[in-house]
Design a protein around this ligand. Structure first.
Ligand code: 3HC
Length: 326
């Protein structure tokens, strides 16, 4: 197979050329790169970017749902929602750990997020205005996450793929709990049903945009797919997700706010109505309805947690001193 970094061999040392050859072989065999293996710097950078953004999304993603913990309609719902939000924190930690194996410390990634230098998913910049939003987020946002992330379990970088296996299992539970909230509301009073439909209407387009820009505007997809990090393009996954929604919405007895959904027999892809990509770009630029609030809360939480980090560091020093004495 041709090298994944064609043209670079001329400037690589002998050792690096051997590393590159090994890397190319592993990718061609669809096997796994592990932390101690040689890898091209651009592969490392791409992974840190994607895994870091993913980790930040999990952490920022706790906020819209945490908004409803104190207002959950029953003790059972409150306990389930708390568990779900805690799961998201756990996902962030697995992912920061996976990124750390590439040599970028979690502190650095957090600093970049706090400084507004790192991205997190567009979806978490929309407000959660009613309880039904907990249902729509679980069903659609976690549903989109599963669609996007199941293929990532086979990502060529070992620690990332393995982290994704556990994350996907938990996301499946999240999706079902969201679906069940919506099902109950859809079969409730007319007001509850209207609330469920309204939430589906508001979360539909943003959840389709979670998959990223259309393929022709996605600068990273081609190389990420060549490296077996991404297995499908943004549009392929978006289409698959639409197909999933189309079937499941029938069980809910609700409607998707898109009358242009159809299955294209020639391409074997689900098609949907136009999405407002200007809105997506604005959200990425920090101009979404909740960007400022999300970042302000994240910064405040980081500052409030300073004493925990100091205590943990002091404890680790003490343990290290004890180990030296012994
Ligand atoms: N939100 C914010 N930024 C986005 C985005 C989105 N929905 N979609 C794409 N972008 C950004 C990319 O990061 C990239 O910016 P950069 O070059 O400055 O980093 C730019 O837009 C161009 O997009 P590309 O398609 O070229 O980028 P990628 O190849 O990285 O594909 C992706 C984007 C599909 C989101 C991919 O990075 C990916 O699969 N990431 C892992 C999954 C992930 O991060 N999911 C976030 C959702 S969080 C979640 O699932 C939590 C759960 O609890 C709901």
């Amino acid at each position: 197979m041709a090298s994944q970094n064609e043209g670079l061999h001329a400037v690589l040392s002998e050792e690096e050329q051997a590393g590159q050859a090994y890397f190319d072989k592993i990718i061609a065999e669809d096997s796994r790169i592990e932390p101690r293996d040689w890898m091209p710097e651009s592969y490392r950078k791409t992974l840190v970017r994607q895994i870091g953004q993913h980790a930040h999304s999990e952490i920022i993603g706790m906020q819209p749902e945490a908004n409803w913990i104190t207002r959950a309609p029953s003790l059972k719902r409150k306990a389930i929602l708390m568990a779900k939000v805690q799961d998201e924190a756990g996902h962030g930690l697995y992912l920061y750990s996976a990124a750390e194996t590439l040599g970028t410390p979690r502190d650095k990634m957090t600093e970049d997020l706090i400084a507004g230098k790192a991205r997190y998913s567009s979806i978490f910049n929309y407000p959660t205005v009613t309880w039904a939003d907990m249902g729509a987020i679980g069903w659609m946002v976690d549903g989109a996450a599963i669609c996007n992330q199941v293929p990532l379990c086979r990502a060529s970088y070992g620690p990332y793929g393995r982290a994704m296996v556990r994350i996907c299992k938990e996301e499946s539970f999240h999706q079902r709990q969201g679906f069940e909230i919506l099902l109950e509301l859809a079969n409730g009073t007319p007001e509850q049903r209207a609330m469920a439909q309204d939430a589906v209407n508001r979360w539909y387009a943003p959840s389709l945009m979670m998959f990223g820009p259309p393929d022709e505007d996605s600068p990273n997809s081609k190389q990420s797919m060549a490296w077996n990090i991404k297995r499908f393009s943004n549009d392929e996954l978006r289409s698959r997700f639409v197909g999933m929604l189309v079937e499941q919405v029938k069980v809910l007895g609700l409607e998707l706010p898109d009358d242009q959904i159809s299955y294209n027999e020639d391409t074997k892809q689900w098609e949907h109505g136009p999405l407002d990509w200007e809105e997506f770009k604005d959200v990425l630029k920090g101009k979404g309805p909740c960007n400022a609030q999300r970042m302000e809360r994240r910064r405040a939480a980081h500052e409030d947690g300073a004493w925990v980090r100091e205590a943990a560091a002091a404890y680790a020093d003490k343990q290290a001193q004890k180990a030296e004495v012994a």
